[in-house]
Design a protein around this ligand. Sequence first.
Ligand code: SIN
Length: 318
Amino acid sequence: MPSEEERAERRVVILGTGGTIAGTAAMAQDHTGYQAGALSAADLLASVPALAGQVLETESVAQLDSCDMDHATWLKLAAALQRHLARPEVAGVVVTHGTDTLEETAAFIHFTVAASKPVVFTAAMRPATAPSPDGPQNLVDACTLAREPGVQGVLAVLGGKVHAGMGLRKVHGYHVDAFSSGDAGPVAQLEDGCVRRFRDWPDTGGEWAAALARDDQAWPVVDILTSHAGARGALLRAAVAAGAQAVVLAGTGNGSVHKDLLAAAHEAIAQGVRVLRASRCQLGGVVGESRSGLPSAGELTAVQARVRLLLELRTAKD
Ligand code: SIN
């Protein structure tokens, strides 16, 4: 095992993409009316004295409110990750991100970047200007995990818990403890600056790396529709008419779909549109088959299933 000093020498790259962790508010008590992504990755690092003296580099990939995350930024982030992970002197990479679409970006990176070193996402629910921001501790924990020997795959650290990137779900809109690893639970946790692992690190991923080589503009159209009381098939037909090549249905409970939406889904499938049914529940995914005849997204959340369809269609293109 490396000594504390040797560990501190291990180089970590911090890639900034924006989010509340890099957000600033005019008033310290303002936890919602702030500008997300106001700080660059370098400014964010400079605002955390606990990281002084560590071997760290920063690069700002974007400064977005993550509700505005887009496919072009995903490509840029994936390219930056591939570039830094290939450097022998880099032990791991931290990605700072908004909490709102963290699970989508984590899924995209898991599917497209083979991470034999740690890729550690982190974020915050309170802006950097809050009296008690959660971002600085999360960033310190993420850097600790990124330089830990033997770690691999896409992970996310929030509130001391280490989640597998593909298991991650945002389950609360305001609480600091906003994320869950679902039924599997966290992979590890940070205790007094040490990593305590509960189960295996995730696999390295990168199954759809070929999607990164395609033309930037060649993104298939994949939409998500929610099933609910009184759901209308007309919305699904409108999505198909507007060019949707695939649709994820966020079904009720174990992925069940309102009969009007279901009829429209079968029409869409007959026209060659891919349809997957996921669950609108935060936890649990979809278990088993259903009489609806619609293929299931299994454990994937609706947004993760959308990312998978996007990549399947993009790589199938040529
Ligand atoms: C965002 O997702 O960029 C804003 C919200 C957050 O980071 O908590």
